[in-house]
Ligand binder design. Structure first.
Ligand code: ADP
Ligand code: MG
Length: 580
């Protein structure tokens, strides 16, 4: 099938998002690819569409069971034959799944990296027609990434054993140069197309609040966001318990998640959240990878996280559907101390050598300082993040406001945005960097502004900067891609443009939106699926505005594909007709 046909029929979209089409085209032309796109940018489509266009099977390596289950459920909803093989299945179920796979029943198979080494899976793979191996969350391969998984290192061995080398595609949201280089080198990507999309998530509003009483602030915030779904991240289990109890006592529909709960309870709580039975979850960072819930409207960090990598990933879980959403940190200086303590007392990781452990610790500390800098900066928060990841909105910051972060919103109101300081600050960082200086950058008041350290490459002793601070603009990006694609690092559109929100609807449209959501919830309950897997908020919002009442009109709505239409289309038409 042709790519646009696949996109429309299975996923209900008529156009690709930034970067998707280039990656799909490269794969279809037989190239290896590395796609670096922020959380919520739509990486899955980049390999799922070609997987369906090509003959043979695509194997997707994924780090978490919950992530695989979520993806496979969503694919099955879209009418795609997909399966996962992991430790949640019994040996009998695995045998059955592999038997089905051998008979060509699945186009896409998700596996944990450990699975690739097992006899049974290898036997299957050696005798199957495998067109592509995809490595999702590919940063797990790098000890410089925040979720290093040594078993990812074995993926290459697996690929090398296959009788015909498949196309290899890798995807991650981690954009630092070291991690990117590790992925390319360790996976031995052949002549790959590397594509880095803009890291700007325009629909996200960023805010740092520094008030005294976090509980009061949080409560006040949530009372202004009733009926919306959101995540509240805390640094420790104890905090999760405390905050959850507090919110419960105030009558909010909240659940909790951390590694101290039994697996059963974690599963139940996660489902309560995903199925919108308890639309608010208080959690440690154990929660989230594998949560593709698209209607998360806010992510509040009750404590500052340990790194901007973590922060952008966690905050990025807001607004995956493209509608406006908020990312708020409730910052107190205490958070820096808590995190420092957590980093320094993490316990031994037996998978690492002593030297490796030391370097991981050093890098973690440096990441923490950069994070602290974000909470204290007087500069555009969006720009701060983008520069950390090696991109930028503006070459020259003077007089520019993103208009969608707390600093810029307040600055433009107060008319006292200190552009001089901003430029000065990055110049200073650049100077430090080019002198190979490693250390903290202070402002006059000796507050930490930013930590300008260089990362060291393990063993070799080479200094490879993670592009922190990124220098002046996107031009500084180094391209590993050898193909025709340059790296589109700058996102030209203004923040907040092209985003939708419920407030923009008329009263009558809002009423319909409510009814459509209610219908979605009824269907979701009946078929035991999370509501967002039936249709996303964005899809329902578009229906509320365009009021489609027949198949042709319905299929024009973004997110309504052939399969979904057949399953649910008429039910939604009926509600719309009644409303009209
Ligand atoms: P990532 O893995 O990059 O974090 P996902 O693959 O989970 O992102 O996709 C995020 C959201 O974007 C999903 O809700 C998905 O349905 C939506 N999406 C992906 N591609 C498109 C597209 N071409 N048009 C509209 N929505 C899309
Ligand atoms: Mg993903």
């Amino acid at each position: 099938m042709e790519k646009y046909q696949v996109l429309k029929q299975y996923f209900g979209y008529t156009s690709f998002k930034e970067g998707q089409e280039e990656l799909v085209d490269s794969i279809l032309a037989g190239w290896d690819v590395l796609g670096i796109m922020p959380t919520g940018a739509g990486k899955s489509i980049c390999y799922q569409v070609p997987a369906l266009c090509m003959g043979g099977i695509t194997i997707v390596v994924s780090p978490l069971i919950s992530l695989m289950m979520d993806q496979v459920k969503a694919l099955n909803q879209a009418g795609v034959h997909a399966a996962y093989i992991n430790s949640s299945l019994t040996e009998n179920q695995i045998a059955k799944a592999l038997q089905n796979a051998t008979m060509g029943q699945y186009k896409i198979i998700y596996v944990a990296p450990e699975r690739l080494e097992t006899e049974r899976f290898l036997y299957f793979a050696l005798n199957a027609d495998i067109s592509m191996v995809t490595i999702d969350e590919a940063h797990c391969i790098s000890q410089w990434g925040q979720d290093f998984r040594p078993s990812y290192l074995k993926i290459l061995q697996f690929i090398d054993r296959l009788p015909v080398r498949p196309i290899v595609s890798a995807f991650t949201a981690t954009a630092t140069t070291v991690v990117r280089k590790d992925i390319l080198e360790i996976l031995c990507l052949q002549n790959p197309k590397v594509l880095v999309t803009g890291f700007d998530r325009e629909n996200l509003f960023f805010e740092v609040r520094t008030g005294k009483n976090k509980d009061d602030q949080l409560l006040h915030y949530l009372q202004n966001h009733l009926e919306e779904s959101g995540i509240i991240y805390c640094a420790t289990r104890k905090n999760v318990e405390k905050v959850c109890e507090f919110l419960e006592s105030r009558g909010l529909p909240v659940t909790r998640y951390h590694a101290g709960l039994s697996p059963q309870e974690r599963k139940e709580n996660q489902e309560d959240f995903i199925y919108d039975r308890k639309p608010i979850v208080v959690a440690t960072n154990a929660f989230g990878m594998g949560i593709d819930k698209s209607n998360v409207r806010y992510v509040v960090h009750y404590n500052m996280p340990q790194s901007l990598e973590n922060y952008y990933q966690e905050a990025g879980r807001a607004g995956r559907d493209g509608m406006s959403a908020e990312c708020v940190i409730l910052y107190s200086p205490q958070d820096v101390h808590i995190n420092k303590y957590l980093i320094e007392n993490r316990g031994e990781n037996s998978e690492l050598t002593e030297e490796q452990a030391e370097l991981v610790l050093k890098n973690d500390r440096e990441r923490l300082w950069a994070m602290a800098g974000y909470c204290k900066t007087n500069y555009c928060l969006r720009e701060y993040i983008l520069r950390y990841f090696g991109t930028s909105r503006w070459q020259d910051i003077s007089g520019k406001y993103c208009g969608n972060c707390s600093v810029c919103v307040n600055a433009s109101e107060r008319q006292e945005y200190d552009t001089y300081g901003y430029k000065d600050f990055w110049d200073e960082y650049d100077a430090y960097e080019s002198n190979g200086y490693t250390g903290v950058v202070y402002d006059e008041k000796k507050d930490i502004v930013y930590f300008g350290a260089k990362y060291e490459k393990m063993g070799a002793g080479r200094g490879i900067g993670p592009n922190i601070g990124g220098g002046k603009g996107a031009g500084k990006q180094s391209a590993y891609g050898t193909g025709v694609y340059g790296e589109s690092a700058v996102n030209k559109r203004g923040a907040g443009s092209e985003t939708f929100s419920v407030e923009q609807l008329t009263e009558k449209q809002q009423e319909l939106f409510k009814q459509l959501k209610a219908l979605r919830l009824r269907i979701a309950k009946a078929v035991s699926l999370p509501p967002y897997m039936i249709f996303t908020d964005k899809t329902l919002l578009e229906m509320s505005v365009k009021c489609p009442t027949n198949k042709q009109e319905m299929l024009q709505i973004s997110g309504v594909g052939e399969n979904k239409y057949q399953r649910y289309g008429e039910d939604f038409e009926e509600v719309i007709l009644q409303h009209l």
